[in-house]
Design a protein around this ligand. Structure first.
Ligand code: ADP
Length: 430
C-alpha cells in the first residue's frame, strides 16, 4: 500500500473540516483518496491513491502566510504527479477583501502557468448555487444568509465577481449559465474569448448538479481550479469518466482491510445526538462516565479511566465518555470558565487516546470535533485513507504514517450519525 503511483488530483483545503468533506466526496465519487494533516513530510508513506487532500488551516490567517503554505502544499502535490490542483475553499466563499482566496489563487495560478482559472463554490445538491456570479445559500443571496454575521468573515456582497476582484490582482470575469448550458465546447470557446480580454479567472455559474459535470470536464484540462466540494465532485466524475483513476472500487477497499486488535470509543461531545448514542452504546458495551470535575482537578481521572479500560479491552470494545447534559456543562463552565473546561477535558481525552493505543487499541471511534482534533494531534497521525461511510459525512479512516502503525479511526462531529453510531462504526471497523 505504500507503492505510490502518480496522483490524478491534488487538493489544498483551507480548513480541516472542509478537507474531510472533500475527501469524503471524492471517495464516494470513486477516487481513492488520502487526507493529510498539513503538508506531509517527504518520508510520508503515500499509498497508491488517485487523490490527496492536504488540510491546511489557512482560511483566516495572514494572506501572505496562506500563500506560503498553499504553495508548499502545491509543490508537494505536483511532486507526486498531480497534473490538476484544486484549491478547496468554503462553499460560502468565506473570505475578506484581504483574502485569502484571491492571493492564494493568484500565487497558485502563477506557479501553474494557467492563463485562466475556473472558480466556483457552487454545490447545488447542498443548496449552494451561483447565477450571474451571485452566490445563493438555499433560497437567499449570500449577503442575506447567516454568513452576513460571520464573526471572522462577514459576507456582505453576493456578487463573487466583485468579491474576488477585490482580493485578486487578476482581472475577474463571469462564465454564465447560458454559456455553460451549451456544453463543454461552448465553455472552452468562451474561456478563450475571456482570456483574450486579459481575464485571468472566471466565476462560473452552476445551478443544477449536471452543471458541475461540464465544469469538471473543462476544469480538468487546466492545471488549477478553485472551488468547494461541488467542483471536486465534477473533477472526480470527469476523472472516472476518462478512465484515469486507478481502481473501479468505490468503497475504498484498501481503507477497509481489517486491522483487528482491541477497539475503544471516546465521547467528548455533549451534543444531543451524542448523548443518545452514548446511552444506546451502554446496552452493548461497558461505558465509563468520567467525572468532569475530577478531570479538571488533575490527571488522576484519566489514569483511572485507562486502568478501567485496560482491564476490559480483551473482552470487547469499551466506551469512555465525558459527555453531560447542557445544564451540567453550563454549571461546570461557570465554575472553571468555558475555555479552561473545554481544554482540560480535550487534553484528558487525548491522554486517554494515547494510553489506549499504547495498550494495543487499533480501532478507535471518537465523538466530537474538537475532541477528535485533540486525539489525532496527540496520536501524531499525519494522514488518513478514506474508507466506507458509517453515516452521512462520517467515513472509516485508516491512519497513514501513524507512529502506532496500522489503525482505523472514525472521527465524527457531535451531531452526526444515527442513534446506534458507536456499534454502526465498529461493525465497519474490523
Ligand atoms: P462537538 O462536535 O459536539 O462540538 P467537540 O468535541 O467539538 O464536540 O466539543 C465539545 C467540547 O465540550 C470540548 O471542548 C470538550 O472538551 C467539552 N466537554 C466535554 N465534556 C464536557 C463536560 N462534561 N462539561 C463541559 N464541557 C465538556
Amino acid at each position: 500500500m505504500t507503492s505510490a503511483g502518480k496522483l490524478s488530483l491534488g487538493c489544498i483545503a483551507d480548513d480541516y473540516t472542509g478537507a474531510s468533506d472533500l475527501a469524503n466526496t471524492l471517495t464516494r465519487a470513486g477516487l481513492r483518496t488520502v487526507q493529510t494533516i498539513g503538508v506531509p513530510a517527504d518520508d510520508f508513506p503515500l499509498p497508491d491513491v488517485d487523490a490527496v487532500v492536504v488540510s491546511l488551516k489557512s482560511r483566516s490567517i495572514l494572506a501572505s502566510d496562506a500563500v506560503t503554505r498553499s504553495r508548499a502544499a502545491e509543490k508537494w502535490l505536483r511532486g507526486r504527479g498531480a497534473d490538476h490542483v484544486l484549491f478547496k475553499i468554503c462553499s460560502t466563499f468565506d473570505s475578506t477583501d484581504a483574502g485569502n482566496i484571491g492571493p492564494v489563487m493568484d500565487a497558485l495560478r502563477a506557479d501553474s502557468g494557467d492563463t485562466i482559472v475556473l472558480v466556483t463554490p457552487a454545490f447545488p445538491e447542498t443548496g449552494r448555487t451561483v447565477y450571474q456570479g451571485n452566490l445563493f445559500v438555499g433560497s437567499v443571496p449570500l449577503n442575506e444568509s447567516p454568513l452576513k454575521d460571520h464573526p471572522l468573515n462577514p459576507m456582505h456582497d453576493s456578487n463573487l465577481v466583485r468579491v474576488l476582484a477585490r482580493q485578486s490582482k487578476t482581472r475577474i470575469g463571469l462564465l454564465d449559465l447560458a454559456a455553460l448550458a451549451r456544453g463543454p465546447e461552448a465553455v472552452r470557446n468562451k474561456l478563450v474569448e475571456l482570456a483574450g480580454q486579459n481575464v485571468g479567472a472566471v466565476i462560473v455559474d452552476a445551478v443544477f448538479a449536471s452543471d458541475l459535470e461540464t465544469i469538471g470536464a473543462v476544469a480538468l484540462e487546466h492545471r488549477l481550479s478553485v472551488g468547494a466540494s461541488g467542483i471536486g465532485l465534477g473533477l472526480a466524475r470527469a476523472l472516472v469518466a476518462s478512465g484515469r483513476t486507478k481502481s473501479q472500487a468505490t468503497s475504498g477497499a484498501i481503507a477497509d482491510t481489517p486491522v483487528g486488535g482491541p477497539a475503544a470509543c471516546l465521547a467528548g461531545s455533549c451534543s444531543q445526538a451524542t448523548l443518545l448514542q452514548v446511552a444506546n452504546a451502554g446496552q452493548v458495551m461497558p461505558v465509563l462516565h468520567l467525572d468532569p470535575e475530577q478531570v479538571i482537578a488533575g490527571k488522576g481521572e484519566a489514569r483511572r479511566a485507562l486502568a478501567w479500560a485496560t482491564d476490559r479491552l480483551r473482552d470487547g470494545p469499551v466506551l469512555i465518555a465525558s459527555s453531560s447534559t447542557p445544564e451540567e456543562v453550563a454549571a461546570l463552565q461557570s465554575r472553571h470558565g468555558r475555555d479552561a473546561t473545554g481544554h482540560a477535558i480535550e487534553q484528558a481525552m487525548a491522554d486517554i487516546a494515547e494510553g489506549l493505543v499504547s495498550a494495543g487499541v487499533r480501532r478507535l471511534v471518537v465523538a466530537g470535533g474538537e475532541t477528535s482534533g485533540a486525539a489525532v494531534d496527540r496520536l501524531g497521525i499525519p494522514g488518513f485513507l478514506v474508507g466506507a461511510e458509517i453515516a452521512a459525512g462520517v467515513p472509516v479512516l485508516r491512519a497513514v504514517g501513524a507512529k502506532a502503525g496500522d489503525m482505523l479511526l472514525a472521527l465524527k462531529s457531535g451531531n452526526f450519525g444515527g442513534p446506534e453510531f458507536f456499534s454502526d462504526a465498529l461493525k465497519l471497523m474490523r
